[in-house]
Design a protein. Structure first.
Length: 278
């Protein structure tokens, strides 16, 4: 009798789980990928939900995304609505297709159209007499850049990797109206000179020799730190973060005093990004 009761209970649990799975799977619109022309994808998702843009951290209106696009792969259509800051850690030629347009017709650069089957077209060959790679690197986007255009006009697009290697970029999203551009570095709580500055992001480069430490400092805005080169280090503040390869990141709240230490045997460079807001 006890064995029968256990069997019946197990059957009820299994049936309940199956019913729950069916109920969940029935929620929301049915997923349909885009066709070869770029039409028909449903639903269109925000950038942080697109599988190639993996969200690794969120703090209020600040997000950190890890964008990885293998060679020959195509992302899903996704929408950008807020300014972003990029650090490219692994480069490969990419081309973009805005929703409803041809490949390369939008503001993300131009490239060959895909084959009729929807497969990526091969990357352009080197000119005659020039060995592959002799032309230097071809970037899908600058190594460091911020795109503020999304604040004025949201954009829905997908990206294709036409190169032979992984395209990877670390991305900071600032989902605010930005900060006051008249605020100086000193007023912002950090006196170093930035390598770039705008209403949404102010970026600094930190370069440390083996064993060297940055001055202990703080900011009046939240900050994200990305490792830009090989090397090893620690970011120590309210929390401790390890740096051991390009793309590693750290986050510190406004007013959180922190210091970067090079714990390796080679030079390390990092990008510290103030994510500005009022």
């Amino acid at each position: 009798m006890r064995a029968m009761t256990r069997t019946s209970t197990l059957a009820l649990v299994v049936c309940g789980l199956l019913a729950c799975a069916v109920g969940v799977s029935g929620q929301g619109p049915e997923w349909r990928p885009a066709d070869a022309t770029g039409s028909g994808q449903t639903p269109i998702m925000p950038v942080q939900q697109e599988p190639h843009h993996r969200q690794v951290f969120q703090r209020g209106p600040l997000r950190i995304l890890d964008l990885q696009l293998p060679p020959g792969d195509v992302s899903w259509f996704h929408t950008h609505e807020w300014p972003v800051y990029y650090l490219t850690t692994s480069d490969s030629p990419t081309v973009s297709q805005n929703l409803g347009e041809e490949w390369g017709a939008g503001r993300r650069g131009r490239g060959p159209a895909p084959a009729a089957s929807g497969a990526p077209a091969p990357a352009a060959a080197a000119p005659a007499g020039i060995a592959p790679g002799a032309r230097g690197p071809v970037r899908g986007r600058p190594h460091l850049m911020s795109d503020l255009s999304y604040a004025e006009k949201p954009n829905t697009h997908r990206i294709r990797n036409d190169g032979p290697g992984l395209f990877r970029a670390m991305v900071v999203v600032n989902e605010t109206a930005g900060g006051d551009e008249t605020v100086t570095e000193e007023q912002a709580g950090f006196t170093d000179k930035p390598i770039s500055s705008n209403k949404w992001f102010r970026a600094y480069r930190i370069a440390l020799a083996p064993g060297e430490k940055s001055p202990s400092h703080q900011h009046k805005a939240p900050v994200v730190i990305f490792q830009d080169t090989t090397g090893k280090g620690l970011g120590i503040g309210g929390m401790t973060f390890e740096f051991n390869e390009p793309g590693q990141w750290a986050y510190f709240d406004p007013g959180d005093r922190h210091q970067i230490t090079n714990t390796g045997d080679s030079r390390i460079e990092l990008i510290e990004v103030e994510v500005r807001r009022r």
